[in-house]
Design a protein around this ligand. Structure first.
Ligand code: NDP
Length: 297
């Protein structure tokens, strides 16, 4: 078996951003509406600041309006909820993203569930989680939505395929499993208590991994020809550049590429799709508010 095809998330995300840019312009022309995304950041987590900056830049590049609300680490829960309430009632805002992590003094679940369901572009609220779980139309979390887009682009119809999801978090693993089920895959969810994880992984025509363990999935855990989606982001010391760190996924890429049919690299695979889907969800929220069907991507 030769090397797997690389699934180019960077190119796929750029193509989606192009479509979004066109559709934003169309909405401005037809309805005089500019989709707006508000990002709420509490405290000064350096990684969060980088994410928020990158999201804002891409939002504006697509022609949407970006609103940043940076609150001090000492912000009370009451003040955060008051801001979310204000944004819920602001017609210029179509999507609200409360950047995680939040300081310990704030109830994360309460904050997330205070976002109006139709503006919950992260799809983390109980309302949208529940709708996704029953197969109804919902705001779907951005990373799983991006993974589904890459899978459809690679495989087309997913009906009847064996899909293995390693990781069962509420923001990645569970919604991803729901989407695979909705696409009529036969879905197995594995986690840290799964027995004989390698055999379970080998069942997957589709193998999606989100655990946060560098190189957990070895080449011989992969079914020959399988499509592998590596969501993990891990920083490890670089072997060729002592003192520097490098990003790797949860899949041992050099081994996996010899066995898989197609695989996402890290970086350049799932990561860029996550932000593209945040913009897509914001556009969808603006379309639905204008009485239009959401875009078909
Ligand atoms: P969580 O820590 O919330 O969940 C990790 C999951 O992996 C848990 O279900 C856990 O099982 C399972 N797990 C951990 N270790 C093992 C193991 N050795 N074998 C089998 N299962 C294991 O993480 P997230 O879901 O939030 O994120 C996972 C990874 O994805 C991280 O690296 C994160 O950085 C990355 N990520 C990437 C994004 C992107 O845009 N590319 C977006 C979001 C996340 P259990 O439930 O039993 O504890």
């Amino acid at each position: 078996m030769g090397d797997a095809a690389l699934i180019d998330g960077k190119a796929a995300a750029a193509a989606i951003r192009d479509r979004i840019t066109t559709d934003v312009a169309a909405l401005k022309t037809s309805h005089s509406v500019t989709p707006g995304l508000a990002v709420v950041l509490v405290g000064e987590d350096p990684a969060s600041e980088i994410y928020v900056r990158s999201k804002a830049k891409q939002t504006v590049a697509c022609g949407m309006a970006s609103f940043k609300h940076q609150l001090p680490e000492t912000t009370s829960q009451e003040d955060l909820l008051a801001l979310i309430d204000e944004l819920n009632h602001d017609d210029a805002i179509h999507g609200i993203l409360v950047q995680l992590p939040l300081p310990d003094a704030i109830d994360k679940h309460l904050a997330i569930n205070s976002v109006a369901p139709e503006k919950d572009v992260d799809g983390f609220s109980i309302f949208n989680t529940g709708r996704l779980a029953v197969g109804a139309a919902a705001m779907v979390p951005c990373t799983p939505l991006g993974c589904m887009s890459l899978l459809r682009q690679t495989l087309g119809d997913l009906t009847g395929l064996e899909a293995v999801m390693v990781g069962q978090s509420n923001i990645v693993g569970k919604p991803m499993a729901s989407l695979l089920l909705k696409a009529d895959c036969t879905v197995t969810i594995a986690h840290s208590h799964t027995r004989d994880l390698s055999s379970v992984c080998r069942r997957g025509d589709i193998l999606v991994v989100a655990t946060g363990n560098a190189n957990l999935i070895r080449g011989d855990w992969i079914k020959p020809g399988a499509t592998v989606i590596d969501i993990g982001i891990n920083r490890i010391p670089s072997p060729d550049n002592p003192g520097k760190m490098r990003l790797v996924g949860d899949v041992a890429f050099e081994e996996a590429i010899k066995v898989a049919g197609a695989i996402t690299p890290v970086p350049g695979g799932v990561g860029p799709m996550t932000v593209a889907m945040l913009l897509r969800n914001t556009l969808a929220a603006a379309y639905m508010k204008a009485g239009l069907p959401p875009p078909p991507y």
